[in-house]
Design a protein around this ligand. Structure first.
Ligand code: SF4
Ligand code: SF4
Length: 131
């Protein structure tokens, strides 16, 4: 008999918990139809503009994810390997000319390993959407 009352009590507690949350605002989103409001300092995919090729970002990157190639002091290739990047933001923080920026783009998933190596100079030249 005691077991029976314990079960009823547990059931009522469960129902009460459900009822309590019934009228609260939902904390989940119907993604992708609904988009999240990301914090201003959210660190997503990188974009590059006006890089002077100083290499500071490469030095401060703890994951060695950045690779810069220069020709006659011109940056001809700037790649970030997103398989290695941990989105710490050091590259953005230490860039002396604010050339590298981490945008609000978080949809970086892909089924191809090669797509995770981002060539930012070419993306910049081809006007790839910066989001
Ligand atoms: S966010 Fe951090 S880990 Fe990623 S490339 Fe920049 S410095 Fe490296
Ligand atoms: S992105 Fe900034 S820190 Fe990195 S090489 Fe270019 S100018 Fe230097």
């Amino acid at each position: 008999m005691i077991k029976f009352f314990k079960s009823i009590k547990a059931l009522l507690e469960g129902l009460f918990t459900v009822f309590k949350h019934l009228f609260k605002k939902s904390v989940t989103l119907q993604y992708p139809e609904e988009r999240p409001n990301l914090p201003e300092k959210f660190r997503g995919g990188h974009t590059l503009s006006g890089c002077i090729g100083c290499g500071i970002c490469q030095q401060v990157c703890p994951c060695r994810a950045i690779n810069i190639t220069k020709d006659n002091n011109q940056v001809v290739s700037y790649t970030i390997n997103l398989r290695q990047c941990m989105f710490c933001g050091n590259c953005q923080y230490y860039c002396p000319v604010n050339a590298i920026k981490m945008e609000q783009n978080f949809e970086l998933g892909t089924d191809s390993n090669d797509d995770l190596i981002k060539e930012l100079v070419k993306e910049n030249e081809s006007g790839v959407d910066k989001q």
